[in-house]
Design a protein. Structure first.
Length: 251
C-alpha cells in the first residue's frame, strides 16, 4: 500500500516537466490523479506511462487562466474518482525576457494570468470542494524567483507572479487552517525541464553554476518533496515555503 493509497489528486501543468514528475510520484504513492493541462496530447503520454506502472491517471484539457476550466478539473476528479484530496498547481509559463522598461503590457498580463491568477483560480476551485469534503492538501509550485530576483535573465513578470504565489499560499493556509486544509508551496531552482532545455546549452550551464551544488535540479527531486507535503508525515505543516534549489537562495 502506498502512502497516498485511496487519495485523489489533481495536477495542473501535469503534461511535462515538474508537473509530470508530480503526477508520476503521486500515482506511484497510490493516488489516482487527474491532469489538467493545455497540452492534452503530451498529457496522454504521461497517463499512458502511469498505466504501464500500474497506477491510475486521467486528463482534461484546461486553461488555468479560465475560472470555469479550473472548476472543471476539480469536478472531473470528483466525477471520475470520487473526490479531490490533493491538489498540485504546477502550470506555468516563462514569459517575456524583455527588460522591465521595454516589457509590453500584454506580455506582463499574460504571464500573470497563467502564473498567478491561474494559481488563484485553481486554489479557489479546490478550496470550494475541500471545505465541503472536510479537508485536503494544496501544494503550489512557485520558484526560487518567488524569494529573490534573477541574476541570469530579465523576467520581471515571472518573478512578480512567483512572489505572489508564495503570498497567496500563506494567506490561504492561515484562512483555512482550521478547516482541515493545508496549503504549502515549493520553490524549485533551475530544473532540467523542457522550459529550461529550450533556452540552450550556454544558458543551462550558466544557471547551473548559480547553484552551490553546481548543477540543475531534476523534476523528480521536486516531486519527492511534493509527495511528502501531500502525505500524513507533513500533517502539521501549513503556510510554509520550501526551497528545492541546490542552495541557490542560500548564497
Amino acid at each position: 500500500m502506498g502512502e497516498l493509497e485511496g487519495r485523489v489528486a489533481v495536477v495542473t501543468g501535469g503534461a511535462s516537466g515538474i508537473g509530470a514528475a508530480c503526477v508520476r510520484a503521486l500515482a506511484n504513492a497510490g493516488a489516482a490523479v487527474v491532469i489538467g493541462d493545455s497540452a492534452p496530447r503530451r498529457a496522454m503520454d504521461v497517463v499512458a506511462g502511469v498505466a504501464v506502472d500500474g497506477g491510475r491517471a486521467a486528463l482534461i484539457a484546461i486553461d488555468v487562466s479560465r475560472a470555469e476550466d479550473c472548476e472543471a478539473l476539480v469536478n472531473e476528479a470528483v466525477r471520475r474518482y470520487g473526490g479531490c484530496d490533493i491538489a498540485v498547481n504546477a502550470a506555468g509559463i516563462a514569459g517575456s525576457d524583455s527588460a522591465l522598461a521595454e516589457l509590453a503590457v500584454e506580455d506582463w498580463a499574460h504571464v500573470l494570468a497563467v502564473n498567478l491568477t491561474g494559481v488563484f483560480l485553481s486554489v479557489r476551485a479546490q478550496l470550494r470542494h475541500m471545505t465541503k469534503a472536510g479537508g485536503g492538501v494544496i501544494i503550489n509550485v512557485a520558484s526560487v524567483l518567488g524569494c529573490v530576483a534573477p541574476s541570469a535573465e530579465a523576467c520581471a513578470g515571472y518573478t512578480a507572479a512567483k512572489h505572489g504565489v508564495i503570498g497567496l499560499t500563506r494567506a490561504a493556509a492561515v484562512e483555512y487552517a482550521q478547516q482541515g486544509i493545508r496549503v504549502n508551496s515549493v520553490g524549485p531552482g533551475y530544473i532540467a525541464t523542457p522550459m529550461v532545455e529550450a533556452m540552450g546549452d550556454p544558458f543551462r550551464e550558466a544557471v547551473g553554476a548559480l547553484h552551490p551544488m553546481g548543477r540543475l535540479g531534476t523534476a523528480d527531486e521536486v516531486a519527492g518533496l511534493v509527495c511528502f507535503l501531500a502525505g500524513e508525515r507533513a500533517a502539521f505543516i501549513t503556510g510554509a515555503h520550501y526551497a528545492v534549489d541546490g542552495g541557490y537562495t542560500a548564497w
